[in-house]
Design a protein around this ligand. Sequence first.
Ligand SMILES: *[C@@H]1O[C@H](CO)[C@@H](O)[C@H](O)[C@H]1NC(C)=O
Length: 135
Amino acid sequence: MIMLAVVFGSWYDHVNGWWQKKKTYSNLHYMFFEDLVENTELEINKLCSFLGLSVSPEIEQHITGQVQFDNMKENKMTNYSTLSGAVMDFKTSPFMRKGKVGDWKNHFTVAQNEKFDEDYKQKMKDPSLQFRSLL
Ligand SMILES: *[C@@H]1O[C@H](CO)[C@@H](O)[C@H](O)[C@H]1NC(C)=O
């Protein structure tokens, strides 16, 4: 059984909802984790330009370092460790796992993957929203 409904609500509703909003709201910036991992500096640049910010190379380098997955996982301001155990049991599963794109391939069985693909196809109907890690 694949559990896609979580404490924060359905992942599908979350990504689809914001993707649809992005089409009509120009003041919305959508980022993909895969892009951030692949080229953090480029994504930081895009974000800064979206925000109309011009930052020095030093600041940009600092931000790029701070947003690396392993650094965010160890930062109590971003890893949800300040939340009480009532919301999430981190002994069962930390809020931030590995941050490796495509790691699902090491965990899903073929049967689980087929089930996931079926579910995904039903819930992700907008072809303009593509996640590279699932291709
Ligand atoms: C969250 O960050 C704190 C340090 O601020 C660290 O002690 C803790 O181990 C981190 N939690 C997880 C689940 O990585």
